[in-house]
Design a protein. Structure first.
Length: 279
């Protein structure tokens, strides 16, 4: 199989490429390295430094069997300060990827976001990821393109960003723990999140392709959520409270019955066990 991964130098993309290469697939990555890192490069993957906002006719890629579209400007907080760029990348970039897929008759796995359930009009990031989903539905309905949307729930694991504004709560907590600092909790800490390990996320995306399960929306989460205060307790650390982040959902909890039924997917990795391994 010849697979194209957009955002292949990023967190989830790197883990996906590792899995694809284990299966002896030919893998191409497109990334503009705005958040991706060259240190994530994997041997035998061909990396192309390119921005998905640009004309996809310049990709010079032929005979691609599947596209995993992961490239995006992530995170709710930064999107408030960069709404234009967030829209250009997450919406216009997705449109370009779908156009490439349509012209070349290539199925697409699109990375959606569980932030959808907190409301699509509460922040630029969630709005743009929802618009990407709508484009996927449009191309499926009008052009008959095989597209599957996978909504990710609070993904964690190897190759997570460890610095910069795109870090998520777990790498922030790990850094603070290792420096023997109190863990910073936004708001009252009672907001609940469904944390899902990247290996389980990759399993599901691979199953979509292997089982040829196109045209569905799959919610990909562990199906168990924790308050941020409970996560702090797993570290056994002191905590300090800071201002909440506007636009975030109060709670996320995945109902993944469709993925479990159609993909035979069963997420295996437990958050508390993973944290213990890091400490």
């Amino acid at each position: 199989m010849r697979a194209l991964v957009t955002g292949g130098a990023g967190f989830i993309g790197t883990n996906l490429i590792k899995r694809l290469l284990k299966g002896k697939n030919k893998v191409f990555s497109i990334d503009n390295y705005s958040t991706g890192l060259e240190e994530n490069h994997q041997d035998k993957c061909q990396y192309i430094n390119f921005d998905i906002r640009q004309n996809t006719e310049n990709w010079f890629l032929e005979d691609i069997d599947v596209i995993f579209h992961l490239a995006a400007l992530p995170r709710i907080g930064p999107s408030f300060n960069n709404p234009t760029e967030t829209l250009e990348v997450n919406v216009n970039g997705t449109l370009n990827v779908l156009e490439f897929a349509r012209k070349n008759k290539v199925p697409v796995v699109y990375a959606g976001s569980s932030s959808f359930w907190g409301g699509t009009h509460k922040n630029p990031y969630t709005f743009t990821k929802w618009q990407g989903e709508e484009l996927c539905k449009l191309y499926e309905k009008i052009y008959g393109l095989n597209v599957t949307v996978c909504r990710f729930y609070n993904v964690y694991g190897s190759h997570m960003p460890t610095e910069g504004e795109y870090r998520t709560v777990l790498p922030i907590f790990l850094e603070q723990y290792r420096k023997d600092e109190p863990l910073t909790v936004t708001g009252d800490g009672e907001q609940r999140r469904d944390f899902t390990h990247v290996d389980d996320i990759v399993d599901a995306m691979m199953k979509v392709v292997q089982l040829n399960k196109w045209g569905s929306f799959y919610e990909l989460g562990k199906g168990q959520n924790y308050s941020i205060n409970e996560v702090v307790d797993m570290f056994g650390s002191e905590k300090v409270y800071i201002d909440s982040i506007p636009g975030e959902a109060r709670d996320t909890l995945c109902k993944s019955e469709l993925a479990r039924k159609k993909l035979k997917w069963n997420p295996k990795i437990n958050l508390e066990d993973w944290i213990k391994e890091q400490l």
